[in-house]
Design a protein around this ligand. Structure first.
Ligand SMILES: *Cc1c(COP(=O)(O)O)cnc(C)c1O
Length: 362
């Protein structure tokens, strides 16, 4: 078999080997069905069972109550940047809490649909923190408050849901869904593209409070109308069948391997702490980005003393089978994305390499 390296890519990202193996095993024919999931009608009974099982797994892991619908949509996380305002603004204004690139992009996209304002913007400290309690200047009449629970590029993660009163909370959880338990009943919408922590690219999970479905304007195209999509149980058109199937495999794996998100959280905290320990003990050789109270357990950016050393680090890391560690240009340096499927051995190999590299080059 071709060798697998440790994949620190921010996305599409590492997937659980157990899920990949199951998909490979059943690629030619699903047991008891006799055709591949790639060849199966989305209206067939076997596919109905697959999409219902994926939803049931998500409901179980996240504790999603009946008050919330679960949708499997296309268009990626970024279509949600437009769909949320399109469906929820209703002539009102929305508040955005900006803690990094994705939130800024979401607000720019929402502006194409109506009035939005930044209730908090961490630009002054180069997006290295989440707001303190009470710090956002929230409008109690806003249509919704928008947050990015984990800013993938900056490695800034909300330690808990921000307090937003009675205004619906809309959250982009693309890079941290299922990394820890959340108070799901506090969200109006929580959405996530699949290619970080859920499966392959092509499907976006949207968890939406059912009472908000009544707000969607009748004039919207059906494919952009949450209410119509929910009514059709995500089958208004052909969904991304293979990606939905894979979300089922990944969530099956989480349930079998961890049982629940408390254990997943513990695992992710352990992995990220290994990296932050090296960063903190490096005496400034590997400066991190986020403030300590909001450091991400999914994406860990760090820099090196010079561009030359960064290039050397990335090249030698690759020779050690530690792949795709290059950081985003807006933060620079390196970034280790350590989603649920990253084994602890991968993080241990990286931290050992980092210590060794500093010793030789520091
Ligand atoms: C990756 C990412 C996106 C972009 O997702 P697409 O599916 O490519 O649109 C949006 N938000 C966050 C937080 C991300 O990590």
């Amino acid at each position: 078999m071709t060798k697998r390296v440790y994949n620190f890519s921010p996305g599409p990202a590492v997937l659980p080997v157990a899920a990949l193996e199951e998909a490979r095993r059943d690629l030619l024919a699903l047991p008891g069905v006799g055709v591949s999931v790639l060849e199966l009608s989305h209206r067939s009974k076997p596919f109905t069972e697959i999409i219902e099982a994926a939803e049931a797994n998500l409901r179980r892991l996240l504790g999603i109550p009946e008050s919330h619908a679960v949708l499997f949509l296309q268009g990626g996380a970024q279509l949600q940047f437009a769909m949320a305002p399109m469906n929820l603004l209703g002539g009102k204004s929305a508040d955005y809490i900006l803690t990094g690139n994705w939130g800024k992009k979401a607000m720019a996209e929402a502006k194409t649909q109506g009035r939005v304002r930044a209730a908090f913007d961490a630009a002054g400290t180069n997006y290295n923190r989440t707001p303190a309690a009470g710090e956002p200047d929230l409008d109690p009449k806003a249509a919704y408050v928008y947050v990015t629970s984990n800013e993938t590029i900056q490695g800034v993660q909300f330690p808990a849901e921000p307090e937003v009163g009675d205004v619906p909370l809309v959250c982009d959880a693309s890079s941290d869904i299922l990394c820890r338990p959340v108070a799901i009943e506090r969200y109006g919408i929580l959405f996530a593209c699949a290619q970080k922590n859920l499966g392959p690219a092509g499907v976006t999970v949207v968890i939406i409070r059912r009472d908000l479905l009544g707000r969607c304007p009748a004039g919207l195209p059906s494919m952009l109308h949450y209410g119509k999509l929910a009514e059709a149980k995500s089958l208004l058109n052909t969904p991304s069948c293979f990606a939905v199937y894979f979300v089922k495999l990944v969530t099956d794996w989480l349930l079998a391997e961890f049982g629940g998100l408390d254990k997943v959280h513990e695992f992710n905290r352990r992995k990220s702490q290994l990296l932050y320990d090296v960063i903190d003990a490096s005496g400034g050789f590997y400066p991190g980005h986020a403030e300590k109270g909001c450091r991400s357990i999914m994406n860990v950016p760090f820099r090196l003393p010079s561009d030359e050393l960064t290039a050397k680090f990335l090249k030698e890391a690759e020779q050690h089978d530690l792949a795709f560690l290059k950081g985003h240009r807006s933060v620079g340096g390196c970034r280790a994305s350590i989603y649920n499927a990253m084994p602890i051995e991968g993080v241990e190999a990286l931290t050992e390499f980092m210590r060794d590299f500093q010793e030789k080059n520091g």
